[in-house]
Design a protein around this ligand. Structure first.
Ligand SMILES: NC(=O)c1ccc[n+]([C@@H]2O[C@H](COP(=O)([O-])OP(=O)(O)OC[C@H]3O[C@@H](n4cnc5c(N)ncnc54)[C@H](OP(=O)(O)O)[C@@H]3O)[C@@H](O)[C@H]2O)c1
Length: 330
């Protein structure tokens, strides 16, 4: 049997990139998500290595996911094996969690992420949610009593400092509504390059996409396949409409969803631990949806899967009004 290093590698031709931020830095259209529930380090390490072998170059992680260390190890291993030439070929996103969303804790949190990743810089550093929790180790679910008012201006200045120090090539946000983005744009010296949000045919975010396009903020989709919940029916992978469109073109419902996102001008991070699916999720670039397909997808009932309420313990009362974090914008 051949060693893994000698195994032949099926590589997709280069994944298309979007030019993002003030100076137009290339960001791959599809990346690998590494939030994995339950989290099994060895499985995520293998998935990252496999993804890199298949041609993925963007890996999405966060202080919360506990995946930074294995992402770093897998990437270092990929360079050692010659799967990628050097760190510069890769695009790494990480995020500061709500418990570190305080002006004095942002830079230390990024430094800890970089230590875990064994890297000198991340390509993109995001505020994970526009919400601050009393300082503690990143965790979830969080107590409602621990929510404190967020100093958006101070936190963003700290993010700008991360960029100025060269520790984050680009800075951005995640889960920001148009209202939160407006607040941020009013105070930012460096505008956010990216807003990473839930985006897929069952949460199409038309208003947010229009707003971001207008302001030059790139939209990156998370949960592009409807997320990881297995208890309930998955709205994307088991969508009759997406399946029907896919059947007619020899594609899966998952691929129809990813292609639709790409056609919105958004990049995406999709999670899979399975080689075949990692491959499948890259097979979206050499064909397109028809106007009829797009019309049908436009008719899909809208429902947000990820809400701030999912991050909080059901019991307890918050002294801070967080209703504006979860505004549903259609
Ligand atoms: N910024 C944020 O607040 C935020 C929130 C959520 C997620 N994220 C990021 O976004 C990433 C992706 O989102 P997500 O993890 O919520 O879910 P997702 O990518 O929408 O879906 C992942 C699930 O779909 C399955 N899957 C993958 N490819 C498939 C295919 N071709 N056919 C059928 N099933 C497939 C995977 O199972 P297998 O592993 O068994 O293949 C996995 O359980 C996360 O990992 C994380 O990096 C960010």
């Amino acid at each position: 049997m051949s060693s893994p290093a000698a195994r032949s590698i099926t590589c997709y031709s280069k994944i298309p990139e979007f030019l993002v931020g003030n100076i137009g830095q290339p960001m791959p259209a599809v990346g690998l998500g590494t939030a994995s529930h339950p989290f099994v380090a060895e499985d995520v390490r293998t998935a990252v290595l496999t993804a890199l072998e298949l041609g993925y170059r963007h890996i999405d992680t966060a202080a919360l996911y506990a995946s930074e260390r294995v992402v770093g190890e897998a990437m270092a291993e990929a360079v050692r094996r010659g799967v990628v030439v050097s760190r510069e070929e890769l695009f790494v996103t990480s995020k500061v969690w709500c418990t570190q969303c305080h002006p004095e804790l942002v830079l230390p949190s990024l430094k800890e992420s970089l230590m875990n990743l064994q890297m000198e810089y991340v390509d993109l550093y995001l505020i994970h949610w526009p919400m601050a929790i009393k300082p503690s180790k990143p965790h979830f679910p969080m107590k409602r009593e621990d929510i404190v008012p967020m100093d958006l201006s101070g936190v963003w200045q700290a993010m700008e400092e991360c960029h100025r120090l060269g520790l984050a090539k680009m800075i951005g946000v995640s889960n920001f509504t148009t209202k939160k983005l407006q607040e941020l744009l009013a105070i930012a010296k460096i505008p956010p390059a990216v807003n990473q949000v839930e985006l897929n045919p069952t949460w199409q975010q038309k208003k947010l996409i229009e707003f971001c396009n207008d302001k030059g903020i790139h939209v990156a989709a998370y949960s592009p396949l409807g997320g990881q919940r297995i208890s309930k029916m998955n709205p994307i992978r088991q969508s009759d409409i997406l399946e029907e469109i896919g059947k007619a073109r020899g594609k899966s419902a998952a691929q129809i969803s990813l292609r639709w996102i790409y056609e919105q001008g958004a990049s995406m991070v999709a999670k899979s631990l399975k080689r075949e699916r990692l491959k499948e999720n890259l097979g979206i670039f050499d064909w397109e949806l028809s106007d009829e397909d797009r019309f049908k997808i436009g008719q899909i009932a809208q429902r947000k899967l990820v809400t701030v309420q999912n991050l909080l313990c059901p019991e307890g009362i918050s002294c801070v009004d967080i209703s504006d974090v979860d505004v549903l914008e259609i």
